[in-house]
Write a protein of this length. Structure first.
Length: 159
């Protein structure tokens, strides 16, 4: 859902609403898709409705954090802070590259590569055939790699 909704508090609301809807409609589950794909389908529909309404949820309050907690979270005292910075830069580049993709491309990558759904599960969640899902995923991954190469240069190699 994070790929569909930019506001983290909206993501929390959609996920919560999806679980409530699944619980209320559990008798409606027919077993045609995996429970995971069924739940993603419910969440996707709720996110679509959320987008249509344009509703913004309230932001989470900030918490008081001690300096020691901040230092620990920042990696103070870790043996290789440069590696941490490199990983953060790589993650930021990936996030920017994902941001250049269409919502459809981001969604299929999120379902398959981030959420770990199988091809049939992702197809059921998206309401597509398995063949169409595979084609869209392949094209989305190619677009992501092209955007990532543009973001960081030609030294990116798929791995």
């Amino acid at each position: 859902m994070r790929t569909r909704l930019a506001d983290p508090s909206a993501v929390d609301d959609v996920v919560q609403d999806a679980f409530l809807a699944a619980w209320r409609d559990s008798a409606g589950y027919r077993g045609e898709a995996s429970p995971r794909a069924w739940l993603f389908t419910i969440a996707r529909r709720i996110a679509d409705r959320h987008d249509q309404r344009g509703r913004r949820a309230r932001s989470a309050p900030t918490e008081d954090v001690t300096l020691a907690q901040l230092a620990e979270a920042a990696g103070h005292g870790t043996p290789d802070p440069e590696r941490l910075v490199q990983r953060a830069e790589a993650q930021a580049a990936l996030t920017r590259a994902l941001g250049t993709l269409s919502a459809i491309d981001r969604e299929i990558i999120a379902l398959r590569d981030r959420a770990g759904l199988t091809g049939p599960e992702a197809a059921a969640a998206l309401g597509l055939s398995l063949a169409n899902t595979k084609i869209r995923l392949h094209r989305a991954r190619l677009r992501l790699m092209a955007a990532l190469r543009e973001e960081v240069g030609d030294d990116v190699h798929p791995g």
